[in-house]
Design a protein around this ligand. Structure first.
Ligand code: FAS
Ligand code: PHB
Length: 389
């Protein structure tokens, strides 16, 4: 088998790249370890930057998002009963789009199937070969058969636990990592969201986030110890913890109900440099991870895809390798800024084990400065709605 671009991983990164390339007549084959339903069953991101929305439109898959997505012009940061509203449209000139990653992935799979583009599900033993030569290829097993896919380029979109990143020799890779001493316990409930915007809250009991997927599907999170398991938490215990961590006006009016999904996500900051090795490009979680506090995980995958898509277009259409040579540097320049913002939001809004009174005073001062300074609010707004690509 032969293709122009072999895409390892059928999550949002791989599918968005595949769809953008297809629209330009560039052939790409997606290799996905799981089934489509398994991929769609993972509940993850909920907030899309406008840059992501624009890419979905360019990929021709924005119709349902425009119909069902909800644009938010701001968000609330709470510290106990004190609240600060961050006005995205006023300070950054753009809103964000609330539309779940599950729906993004569904729209991209539907488009891929409609286009008749090739996807192999349930692949095993994926191995990236000769990535440093002009003739890379991928071997894998599918339905009990050994297969080989020859290609011009390989996009490693296989997430944090994939094989692409470790294909880059250890002697070449530099990995930066910070693991946070807590996780996020998240639930989905078929209840109306407690507020029409997201609420990020730092309380004595810890962090909480009130989010949503649509007007009858709420997404809530509470900070929890890393030793917890989702099954340790009854729905009642979750609702009690959430109400104790958000301002009274919301706690009094929140509509509770049975959880239809409950999971714990660990929090880490991680970056692999470089993001390119020969004809292999790393994109999305394969190259970097952020704590979800700044809603940057999926959105930083999108900027990688934007850079790689344009680099491949330049190569195939203008016979230029400038974009390919610049890919890793360009992607990392924006990644480190989203890493900073995600680390800053996480440091501001969580209670850290062993946090001393001075640390707490610093969090309070940071929030007081945000409250008093429109410049500080503008900086947060610009980072949240997405820095330029
Ligand atoms: P993904 O991990 O989504 O996709 C990689 C794909 O590659 C998967 O389908 C996997 O099955 C496949 N794969 C792996 N190894 C393979 C192999 N060897 N061969 C073939 N295929 C292989 N971001 C936010 O902004 N907000 C959030 O609230 C949020 N919550 C999250 C919760 C969890 C538990 C996790 C893990 C992440 C969360 N994220 C969140 C970040 C998340 O949204 C990612 O940024 C996003 O999924 C990145 O997409 P991909 O790069 O496509 O990686
Ligand atoms: C979500 O809705 O899942 C979500 C929203 C914003 C975040 C993290 C998660 O910062």
């Amino acid at each position: 088998m032969r293709t122009q671009v072999a895409i390892i991983g059928g999550g949002p990164s791989g599918l968005l790249l595949g769809q953008l390339l297809h629209r330009q007549g560039i052939d790409a084959v997606v290799l996905e370890r799981q089934t489509r339903d398994y991929v769609l069953g993972r509940i993850r991101a909920g907030v899309l930057e406008e840059g992501f929305v624009d890419l979905m439109a360019e990929a021709g898959v924005a119709d349902r998002m425009e119909k069902e997505g909800i644009r938010h012009d701001g968000t609330v940061l709470a510290f106990g009963e004190q609240q600060v509203h961050i006005d995205f449209t006023r300070f950054a000139g753009r809103p964000v789009m609330v539309y779940g990653q599950t729906e993004v992935t569904r729209d991209l799979y539907d488009a891929r199937e409609k286009a008749g583009a090739e996807t192999f599900f349930k692949v095993e033993d994926v191995t990236l070969c000769d990535v440093e030569t002009d003739a890379p290829y991928v071997t894998f097993r599918h339905e009990g058969e050994d297969k080989r896919l020859d290609c011009d380029y390989i996009a490693g979109c296989d997430g944090f636990h994939g094989v692409s990143r470790t294909t880059i020799p250890e002697s070449v890779r530099t990995e930066f990592e910070k693991v946070y001493p807590f996780g996020w316990l998240g639930i989905l409930s078929e209840t109306p969201p407690v507020h029409d915007e997201l609420i990020y809250s730092n309380s004595e009991q810890g962090f909480a986030l009130c989010s949503m997927r649509h007007r009858m599907l709420s997404r809530y999170y509470v900070q929890c110890p890393l030793t917890n398991k989702a099954e340790d938490w009854s729905d009642d215990a979750f609702w009690t913890a959430l109400k104790a961590r958000i301002p009274q006006e919301y706690a009094e009016r929140i509509v509770t109900g049975p959880s239809i999904e409950k999971s714990i996500a660990p929090l880490r900051s991680f970056v692999c440099e470089p993001m390119r090795w020969g004809r292999l490009f790393l994109c999305g979680d394969a190259a970097h991870i952020v704590p979800p506090t700044g809603a940057k995980g999926l959105n930083s995958a999108a900027s990688d895809i934007y850079y790689l898509y344009h680099a491949l277009l330049e190569h195939y259409q203008e016979k230029s390798t400038a974009g390919i040579e610049a890919y890793s540097g360009r992607a990392l320049a924006r990644i480190w800024k989203t890493q900073r913002f995600s680390w800053w939001m996480t440091s501001l809004l969580h209670r850290f084990p062993g946090q001393d009174p001075f640390d707490l005073k610093m969090q309070r001062a940071e929030l007081a400065f945000l409250n008093d300074s429109e410049d500080a609010q503008a900086a947060l707004a610009r980072n949240y709605v997405g820095l330029p690509y």
